[in-house]
Design a protein around this ligand. Structure first.
Ligand SMILES: Cc1cc2nc3c(=O)[nH]c(=O)nc-3n(C[C@H](O)[C@H](O)[C@H](O)COP(=O)(O)O)c2cc1C
Length: 135
């Protein structure tokens, strides 16, 4: 199964999470600034949220994707106020005709004192179990 990992991380939270995917898959993670060049079976796509939205760089990356290039996307991320960044990514991906896995992961991500310390060790443990369940 071919795998690619792309993420956007303003404060390093998503970056911390992608480290786990790399650890489990041996695949190097790249930011969304790096386009996909090869077809992949599974793309892990992660992001946090700022001002209620995933970053424009994530939106731009998704717009470069084609269904014949990506069999399935697994979305994950963290946030402090809204429920999850995943529905935003899902909507954009599906608008491109891309299959998005029903398996998704969201945890708290700190915003100053709000949810301070998240994603924490437990979040990382949960995320590791999640990634294992997708492999
Ligand atoms: C300045 C700032 C603004 C944020 N704005 C939001 C927001 O509008 N909604 C929300 O749910 N989370 C918000 N967050 C929480 C981030 O989404 C959370 O920290 C996330 O883990 C960031 O992931 P990243 O470091 O990978 O970008 C904000 C955090 C900061 C520091």
């Amino acid at each position: 199964m071919s795998i690619a990992i792309r993420y956007f991380s303003k404060f390093g939270h998503t970056e911390k999470m992608v480290g786990i995917i790399t650890e489990l898959t041996g695949v190097k993670a790249e930011t969304v600034a790096v386009p996909l060049t090869e077809p992949v079976d599974t793309l892990y796509l992660g992001s946090g949220v700022l001002l209620g939205k995933v970053n424009g760089a994530v939106v731009d990356f998704i717009k470069t994707l084609k269904p014949e290039q990506v069999k399935m996307v697994i979305c994950f991320g963290s946030c402090a106020i809204i429920k999850s960044p995943v529905p935003q990514m899902r909507q954009l991906l599906e608008a491109q005709g891309i299959t998005v896995s029903t398996q998704e992961f969201t945890c708290k991500g700190s915003m100053g004192p709000l949810h301070a310390g998240h994603p924490n060790a437990k979040d990382m443990e949960d995320f590791k179990k999640f990634v294992q369940s997708t492999l």
